[in-house]
Write a protein that binds this ligand. Structure first.
Ligand SMILES: [Zn+2]
Length: 69
């Protein structure tokens, strides 16, 4: 598992990105759950999970957080 971080260029929310180096996934893209801005995309068949770790100050999510899996 490779861990990195990414910050939304639009609202400043910070995300932790967990990328599996062994589990198969699929190409995809990620969008900010706060503002919907494009965050990243990838063409490799990798499994990536984006987790919001720091919400932007003075802003609140328009959608409620997902229930724990
Ligand atoms: Zn955002």
């Amino acid at each position: 598992m490779k861990i990195s971080s990414i910050t939304c260029p639009h609202c400043g929310a910070s995300y932790e990105v967990a990328e599996s180096l062994s589990a198969a996934g699929r190409p995809g893209r990620a969008e900010c759950t706060i503002c919907g801005a494009f965050l990243a995309d990838w063409r490799e068949p990798r499994l990536r999970a984006f987790r919001l770790i720091v919400a932007p100050e003075n802003k609140y999510p328009r959608v409620p957080p997902s229930p724990p899996a």
